[in-house]
Design a protein around this ligand. Structure first.
Ligand SMILES: *Cc1c(COP(=O)(O)O)cnc(C)c1O
Length: 397
């Protein structure tokens, strides 16, 4: 072997050993950007697409591929495409559905804040017209579909922070009758509760940052669809480049292994906490689809069966204002005031100063996001410890 300098040795030593004749139980993290093949013809075939393989990280990565296979299997879709965040996934799903200058979109009026901004401001600034509607008014939706002939209907199964439900099967029938693709952000429900593709939805989008990865340590997103619908999503990824890093892909893949177990606990804990909060004198109102008093409890049962109602709750402190909510948050010892959701930890958030901050108090009143509204992402701790923490903190409001 030629004797090489320290500079060359530092670059090449140890790398590209013989192909393993063993199979690791979990998919390793492939941080490699490039790939080599013993014969140049093989690389040429990979470029041509006639041979499966990898050539450059933006076009594909084995760790990301393992995550995509797992997500497609969980959603019952033919293909998943992983992205660097939920927003990158939503952006690509919109492009794939045909969102472009001159096109229209019909969307839920209480979408996740960044999704609203993506449609109203980002795409809006490029000449896309979006109309935001109360999707429980199916006649209003049909009128808008007939008038605008949108390329896409964009919605969430459970809305934030009021936890209203969308009647996805009926909305899909309406949208398809007018030629619109349906994009469903399923981040709050996850395939544990509901699989939108089975009801005819075209694109399911996830922020895997939340329940699917589940540990609050990895941003990520994905679009799941049929193989034909995935083609323009994959093109958007290759050309715009919102790729998920392989380290995050590994964390998401690892999170997926326990996600049904965690969801079971999230759902059970949220149901207990919602019941408990309903009976508390300091709480004026609780929003949780599992409560019989929730106006869409029947729809929730129809969509989710007996699997549960998710881990998200929101509630209004009686006569509460920002000062009361801040006292409550500061008194909490177990629950964490963190701007995220779906983690193993119980998290609380104040919508009036975070997700709905840019609205005026009057706009917030119309959106029913009052000054005493608290959103809670119930974690997987022992529910009695969560309730004890809420109890001692509510006593100090
Ligand atoms: C968090 C979230 C997003 C955005 O996902 P990121 O991973 O933060 O980009 C979109 N939709 C919903 C419902 C979310 O909760």
């Amino acid at each position: 072997m030629t004797k090489r300098s320290i500079y060359t040795t530092a670059v090449h030593a140890g790398e590209r050993g013989p192909a393993p004749d063993f199979t690791p139980v979990t998919t390793p993290i492939y941080n490699s950007v490039g790939y080599i093949y013993p014969e140049m013809q093989e690389l040429d075939d990979v470029f041509a697409g006639s041979k499966a393989g990898y050539n450059y990280a933006r076009f594909g990565n084995p760790t990301n591929h393992a995550l995509e296979v797992a997500l497609a299997a969980l959603e019952g879709g033919e293909e998943a495409v992983a992205f660097g965040s939920g927003m990158a996934a939503l952006h690509a799903a919109c492009l794939a559905a045909g969102v472009k200058a001159g096109a229209s979109v019909v969307a839920a009026q209480d979408l996740y804040g960044a999704t609203y901004a993506l449609l109203a401001r980002f795409f809006g600034g490029m000449g896309v017209r979006s109309r935001f509607l109360d999707l429980t008014d199916l006649e209003g939706v049909e009128r808008a579909l007939a008038e605008l002939r949108p390329v896409a209907l964009v919605l969430e199964v459970i809305s934030n922070p009021l936890l209203k439900l969308a009647d996805v099967p009926r909305l899909v029938k309406l949208a398809h009758a007018y030629g619109a693709k349906v994009i469903v952000d399923s981040t709050f429900t996850t395939p544990y509760l509901y699989r939108p593709l089975e009801d005819g939805v075209d694109y399911v989008v996830h922020s895997t940052t939340k329940y699917l990865a589940g540990h609050g340590d990895a941003l990520g997103g994905a679009v799941i669809s049929s193989a034909a619908d995935a083609r323009p999503v994959r093109e958007a990824l290759k050309q715009v480049g919102g790729n998920l890093g392989p380290n995050e892909a590994y964390l998401a893949l690892r999170g997926l292994k326990t996600f049904p177990l965690r969801m079971r606990q999230h759902c059970a804990n949220a149901a207990l906490a919602a019941e408990w909060l309903t009976a508390h004198p300091a709480v004026a109102h609780v929003n949780f689809p599992g409560l019989a008093a929730h106006p869409q409890h029947g729809l929730a049962r129809r969509l989710f069966g007996d699997r549960g109602y998710g881990g998200m709750i929101s509630f209004e402190l009686r006569g509460g204002d920002q000062a009361a909510v801040f006292r409550f948050f500061e008194a909490l010892q177990l629950c964490l005031p963190v701007t995220s959701l779906g983690d193993v930890y119980t998290l609380v958030l104040y919508p009036a100063h975070s997700s709905h901050r840019s609205m005026t108090p009057a706009e917030r009143a119309i959106a029913q996001v009052g000054p005493g509204l608290v959103r809670m992402s119930v974690g997987i701790e022992d529910p009695q410890d969560i309730i004890a923490d809420l109890d001692q903190a509510l006593a100090r409001v």
